[in-house]
Design a protein. Structure first.
Lengths: 348, 350, 289
């Protein structure tokens, strides 16, 4: 992680012996080739972001702040006459693009997913490392990794055929009748497609990823911390949660981040179970919702028919918003990780 | 490292082999677009291929919007669409709108006890449901047009289901609402995707199968579904409504009633064949029917492709009108006069 | 602190400890059970439809075989992997071995952000840039590039972590003996980190095999066997079959969709087992030394 510093090694390599000089070209090529690869990775985001922002610019001007404050998404009357012009840019007559419903849906579904999946994943990872008998551990690990690879369309398929009817016919009625007095847990259940279906599917999708990464960082930590803590009289659970886990906090935060990124950007599976709400906010956990990623797929098709192109550019603006949200999340998490490192007094 | 390098090299060889690889000797055509037309295209292409081994036709069910835009971009040769191009689109990119068959749309519902009969529904009532004014199945406005079932209509919340993806089905459904209900026409209007009124119980579903599935899962639902999914909707135990047509009569989407609507408008079909068949006049005309279009660029970049394209479209308009293809998806053949117009358009392809 | 207190505290905390371990084991069983039921659901639906003819015939309109989609999926992922191995490993090596501290931070940050880019955005970006603007049409290369971009962060992260976790003792020892960084990477750090890197490539392969959204607008779809032309020739792939054939009003289309889903799972399972046995083998070699 960020605590490692390899610069020292580079410095020592600068002291060159005559024999080493002959190897410089190979050195240099290696350095340059890997450097170019790094540049490509680094630049990719900028190229995409630059492209999207330039592409979305007319929409940014056309929509103004309304994009973030309005909840009405209307690509305008494609078969009508005339155009709507704002700030010198034109859209179809009646067009207005407010993305608040989708932004809200993305953030709420990803956050709720974290509420369910973080504790579960930690428990599963700890269990994999400690409880599972050594003999069946490879099997359990293989299963988790296998699950990480189930394609999102397959999750979506299962969600549609199994999960959604279960929510509509069993889970929903149970929750509304027993826990309906809690805000957002009562009321209409609808078709089962909605916020809670998305959250369940997303949780199932990110748990294997989070488990695999968390397990790896725990295993990468040497046994000595665990054993030292045990020797000091801690129980095995205390040793694990109070000594080992904090020592790999940065790695765990990173894995949660990856999972959050996956949850907020997941497209196909959410698209298949979210209920694709438009122009309306969820009333409870069963209400249809929509996310930025899902709406980009489901609206792209109709946006392509907008002869003014404004609908397409507004979708690009949505993509930019998703970019910015991921950026903000990453900045915050980086701060947390660096803070954690400093608190532990580890030099970077 | 060596292994990785070997792996990388092996991959590169594959990639390079791709560059110099042999290509199919014949011509490739790409059809993409409407999911409603997709099953029919597949039936057509399978048989066409048997007669014409020298052409490969790839079919894709992506949605009408994609079909239109990819045909304009020249990525696909045939853009399948349930909707004709708007004037604004025609101005930017003049394309041919060639009808290939006639399709209809049924209104499905899931009301326990009433799925085996055909409830009556009208444009204004559907507009009321989709805008949130009519909230339950025992609403007075629904009872008024279903006198024989008035006592059986339950006090059940209505869940209006609409398409989440852009769709020709949304286009013709909202056109029906617009033509029958002034307040809808002045409000949400019509299009392949529209800004649906905020109704908190409303659900968006993907594709026709999503509409059927959602409706099956949801008591109280109402959904508009393409007629090629009639069998599926029936299997799902859903009812379908008799719709009020322009002359006030409630009619079912039977081949006779769909044919009556088509016959009422075939003489009005203009040379460019861009016309809505929705809400056609006539006592027995079913109100939601449409032409299924092939959107084609008249100026093809590749002469060989243009020739094969014309051959295939011509086949679709003649042998393809056989009921063994159209019947399987509940489509109707084009009237003879419309076939002639379509053929004239096909001949414009260069 | 007296001895008695320690004993008392330990006894109580052991009890609590057991309870917590029990809860987490229950979570493990529940999660694996649930995930396994998804797996079983797809196999139960799909295996009966897996006939030998599926592997020979290409798909046609409403059903047919899966030969084109199988070959297409493998080609797309193979080429995507080549791209991602070159770029991803290069990035990780440079980041760990050569980058100044600020560049390390910057690249890791960008990789995190890249992992959060929704697949449809990547697909849409490449559609406009390559398929339309560059005029490549739906093509093998555009599809493979979309997959590569999507797999990249997973590979870079895994390789980065694996290389960073190589004990300093090993590499510093080698440097002290006069080895150059390239030598150190190739002969010491890389073999040591290989299991971790392979796991990353594995996760990436799984993601590549199962991805749909970025391919719809880049690889397109084709009913025919891939022509191996890098451009202007759409490619079929398995996820497309799952996504669209389930939407057809025909029972045989549904069977094909389930068959494709089952096949995908089997591919992913096989890749996993293969790489896993390799990883175990490597680990054993390390520990036995």
């Amino acid at each position: 992680m960020a605590t490692m510093d390899m610069a020292a090694r580079g410095d020592s390599a600068k002291v060159l012996s005559p024999a080493a000089l002959q190897r410089i070209p190979a050195q240099l090529i290696f350095r340059v080739v890997t450097g170019i690869a790094a540049l490509v990775t680094f630049g990719l985001i900028f190229v995409m972001l630059f492209f999207l922002v330039v592409y979305a610019y007319p929409a940014i001007r056309f929509n103004g702040l309304e994009f973030l404050t309005s909840s009405i998404w209307n690509i305008g009357n494609q078969y009508g006459s005339g155009v709507t012009t704002r700030n010198g840019f034109t859209g179809a007559p009646g067009a207005s693009f407010g993305a608040l419903v989708f932004i809200f849906g993305s953030i709420v579904s990803a956050l709720l997913t974290m509420v369910i999946s973080v504790p579960l994943s930690l428990a599963v990872a700890l269990s994999l490392v400690y409880t599972v008998p050594r003999r069946i551990r490879p099997l359990a690990n293989a299963l988790v990794e296998l699950m990480a690879g189930i394609p999102s369309v397959v999750y979506g398929l299962w969600g549609l055929v199994v999960l959604v009817p279960w929510i509509a016919n069993a889970f929903g009625p149970f929750v509304t009748s027993k826990l309906g007095w809690i805000p957002f847990l009562g009321g209409q259940i609808g078709s089962g497609n909605g916020l809670i279906a998305s959250v369940f599917i997303l949780s199932l999708m990110v748990i294997p990823i989070m488990v695999a990464t968390t397990r790896d960082v725990i295993l990468s930590q040497s046994n000595s911390i665990f054993e030292a803590s045990m020797a000091l009289g801690s129980s095995s659970w205390q040793a694990m949660t109070r000594a080992v886990l904090p020592s790999v906090r940065a790695g765990v935060v990173a894995s949660i981040l990856l999972a959050f990124g996956r949850a907020i950007g997941e497209t196909m599976a959410v698209l298949m179970v979210c209920g694709a709400a438009i122009n309306v906010f969820p009333q409870n956990i069963f209400s249809p919702v929509n996310t930025i990623a899902a709406v980009i797929v489901s609206q792209l098709e109709s946006a392509l028919t907008d002869s003014t192109g404004m609908a397409q550019r507004s979708l690009a603006e949505l993509a930019c918003v998703l970019f910015v949200i991921t950026l903000i999340i990453n900045v915050i998490a980086r701060g947390i990780m660096r803070g954690a490192d400093r608190a532990e007094g580890r030099k970077s | 490292m060596r292994k990785m390098l070997a792996l990388a090299l092996a991959g590169l060889v594959v990639a390079c082999a791709g560059g110099g690889g042999r290509a199919f000797a014949g011509t490739n055509l790409l059809e993409t677009g409407s999911t409603l037309l997709y099953p029919l295209m597949n039936l057509w292409v399978a048989d066409y291929q048997k007669e014409h081994g020298d052409v490969q036709i790839t079919t894709q069910g992506t949605g009408s919007g994609t079909g239109i835009s990819q045909a304009i971009a020249g990525v696909a040769q045939i853009g399948a669409s349930d909707a004709y191009l708007a004037d604004a689109q025609m101005k930017n990119s003049p394309m041919l709108n060639i009808p290939l068959a006639i399709s209809a749309q049924q209104i499905n519902y899931n009301v326990p006890g009433l799925n085996n009969v055909h409830l009556n529904l009208s444009g204004p009532v559907l507009a009321g449901i989709y805008s949130g004014a009519i909230k339950t199945w025992d609403d007075a406005k629904i009872k008024a047009i279903n006198k024989q079932y008035a006592s059986k209509l339950p006090h059940l919340d209505i869940v209006p289901v609409h398409r989440a993806d852009g769709s020709g089905d949304t286009f013709i459904f909202t056109q029906y609402l617009s033509k029958s209900t002034p307040s809808w026409s002045n409000g949400p209007g019509y299009g392949t995707t529209i800004s649906w009124p905020s109704v908190s119980s409303a659900v968006g579903a993907n594709g026709n199968p999503g509409m059927v599935q959602t409706c099956q899962n949801t008591k109280g639902c109402v959904a508009y579904v393409g007629v090629s999914f009639l069998d599926q909707a029936h299997k799902a135990g859903l009812g379908y409504a008799a719709l009020q047509n322009k002359s006030g009569k409630f009619v079912l989407p039977t081949p006779q009633n769909v044919g009556a609507a088509a016959a009422a408008l075939d003489k009005h079909t203009p040379q460019d064949e861009r016309i809505s068949l929705v809400f056609a006049p006539g006592a027995n005309s079913y109100p939601i029917i449409n032409y299924e279009y092939a959107i084609v660029n008249p100026k093809q970049q590749d002469g060989a492709k243009a020739a094969e394209l014309k051959k295939f479209l011509d086949w679709a308009l003649t042998k393809g009108q056989n009921s063994k293809y159209l019947g399987a998806v509940h489509f109707l053949p084009l009237p003879g006069s419309v076939v002639k117009m379509s053929q004239a358009q096909v001949n414009k392809i260069k | 602190m007296s001895a008695g207190q320690v004993v008392h505290g330990t006894a109580r905390s052991t009890h609590i400890s057991r309870t917590w371990w029990g809860i987490s084991a229950a979570c493990l069983v529940a999660v694996i059970g649930l995930l396994f039921s998804i797996f079983a659901f797809v196999l139960v639906q799909g295996l009966p439809a897996l006939k030998p003819s599926l592997f020979i015939e290409p798909t046609h309109g409403i059903a047919g075989g899966l030969a084109n989609a199988i070959v297409g999926t493998l080609l797309l992922v193979a080429i995507g992997l080549v791209l991602v191995i070159v770029i991803g490993l290069g990035t990780a090596i440079w980041t760990v071995e050569f980058a100044p501290a600020w560049a390390k931070r910057a690249i890791r940050f960008m990789v995190d952000v890249l992992a959060g880019v929704p697949s449809i955005v990547v697909g849409y970006f490449l559609y406009v840039a390559l398929v339309e603007e560059a005029g490549w049409g739906f093509s093998l290369i555009a599809g493979a590039m979309a997959l590569a971009i999507f797999m990249l962060p997973y590979v870079v992260r895994a390789a980065d972590v694996a290389l960073t976790n190589v004990p300093k003792m090993l590499t510093e020892g080698a440097v002290a003996l006069g080895a150059r960084p390239a030598m150190v990477v190739a002969s010491i750090a890389f073999p040591y980190a290989l299991p971790g890197i392979l796991t990353g490539l594995l996760v990436a392969t799984g993601i590549g095999l199962g991805e749909t959204a970025p391919l719809i607008y880049t690889a397109g779809w084709s009913n025919y066997m891939p022509t191996l032309h890098p451009t202007h020739s759409p490619v079929g792939y398995l996820t497309y079959v799952v996504w669209t054939y389930i939407s057809q009003p025909f029972a045989e289309s549904h069977r094909l969709a389930y068959a494709a889903a089952a096949l995908l799972m089997i591919f992913i399972f096989a890749t996993n087992l293969l790489a896993r046995s390799f990883v175990e083998y490597k680990l054993n070699k390390h520990t036995s030394r």
